[in-house]
Design a protein around this ligand. Structure first.
Ligand code: ADP
Ligand code: GN1
Ligand code: MG
Length: 369
């Protein structure tokens, strides 16, 4: 708290800081909600909130470039949102510069911090509680894609190289397996076999990007349901957050990652794999919303590959969790022993299930294109 107060003091927050609580369930950054008491009359006060976030600089090794991307993208989004009369402070992140006018702060220990306006009266969900929330998130991510469809993608930094390059993720998995620094490989033969038998699958999207079949776009790249804020009163998804990974990518990455997380019938770290499957109903809910949100900007090739995008992003995430488990859990935050293995298992179970359901998923996409 002492340290956080010192950090917070370097941002021009209104009023006096009276509250600081750890916030959210992200696997990467440390997020805090700051409450400040603001004088509104002679004896009256109100509470104004901010988000203060410590960026994970092991994951984001180029914080300056990342923040440059974030500034450019949020400025662009604010102009677009203003042009149709939207609320620029609620419909995208509002970054608060330090008192020195810089988009982030480096503290005495070399930690990187940044702050946002807190988007009040909204919730982000870790599991779909109501179909409509998932539908709303789909419209929001599609709309996000559409708002950035004329942004010159090549001018953004690739802040994490090869982030969704699945063959490269596979290669890193093989390296981690060969090194086996924690001696964990012997305990997971089935998972290893599952991954290794699908080597060919890893190329499906990257080959089509390389041969020009799929367009490079500005994408979010981390489209989990909990990265969308849903308005508590209207039920509408109003803001896409977690813009760390916004960079050039494929629409299939965004679509696929949302399905992987939100169309699962269980939590990402569920231990009882009987509970884990891909809900075709939720898949349909998301397809409808995403296609609507993209407002005609998806090509026929992208629409054809939506189901494959879902399989591939789920497989890639499974590979990433398994790699981190083999390497000793350095990347994703864990909250229990074997957490990354549990997460990997749910993803691989989903892949197997989606493979069975592929033809049905294709039929669903046909209904909405
Ligand atoms: P991580 O990269 O660790 O997932 P996020 O940027 O997604 O970090 O933040 C974690 C959580 O904090 C989000 O899931 C969301 O619930 C909440 N959050 C983030 N930014 C805001 C904001 N500006 N206003 C309100 N809540 C926010
Ligand atoms: C991480 O930061 P968070 O929790 O929204 C990860 C995503 C993974 C996801 C798995 C920068 O997302 O790529 O898909 O965990 N973010 C980064 O839940 O690696
Ligand atoms: Mg997040």
């Amino acid at each position: 708290m002492q340290k956080i107060s010192e950090i917070a003091a370097q941002f021009p927050f209104e009023g006096e800081m009276v509250e600081c609580i750890p916030y959210g369930t992200g696997h990467i950054n440390d997020t805090y909600r700051i409450g400040c008491r603001v004088k509104v009359g002679t004896d009256d006060y109100s509470l104004k909130h901010y988000v203060l976030q410590r960026m994970n600089h092991n994951v984001f090794t180029k914080p300056a470039e990342l923040m440059e991307n974030m500034c450019r993208v949020t400025e662009w989004l604010k102009k677009k949102i203003a042009s149709y009369g939207g609320d620029v402070e609620r419909e995208t992140l509002s970054l608060i510069r330090t008192r020195e006018g810089i988009p982030y702060l480096v503290d005495s220990e070399g930690e990187y911090w940044r702050a946002y306006l807190f988007i009040e009266n909204t919730t982000s969900y870790d599991l779909v509680e109501k179909d409509d929330d998932f539908y709303q998130s789909a419209v929001a991510f599609g709309h996000f894609q559409w708002l950035l469809s004329d942004y010159p993608a090549e001018t953004l930094y690739e802040t994490i190289e090869n982030f969704h390059n699945t063959p490269d993720r596979f290669r890193k998995f093989e390296e981690a397996l060969a090194a086996d620094v924690c001696g964990r490989a012997a305990g997971i033969p089935e998972e290893i076999q599952f991954v290794q038998s699908r080597r060919e699958l890893t190329h499906v999207l990257t080959d089509r990007l390389a041969d020009g079949t799929l367009p490079l776009r500005v994408t979010h790249n981390d489209t989990k349901l909990n990265n969308v804020m849903i308005d508590n009163e209207t039920g509408k998804a109003i803001c896409v957050v977690d813009l760390d990974t916004v960079m050039p990518g494929l629409s299939l990455y965004d679509f696929g990652d949302s399905i992987r997380f939100g169309a699962s019938t269980a939590a990402e770290d569920e231990r009882d794999l009987e509970k884990v499957s891909c809900s075709l109903h939720l898949f349909e809910v998301y397809v409808k919303g995403y296609i609507e949100g993209c407002a005609g900007s998806l090509t026929d090739e992208e629409l054809d590959l939506l189901p494959m995008g879902a399989i591939l992003m789920t497989f890639e995430c499974g590979i990433r969790f398994l790699t981190d488990y083999l390497e000793g859990d350095h990347y994703f935050k864990i909250h229990r022993e074997g957490h990354n293995l549990d997460r990997a298992r749910t993803q691989l179970k989903l892949v197997a299930d989606m493979e069975q359901k592929l033809s049905k998923m294709k039929v669903i996409v046909e209904r909405y294109r």
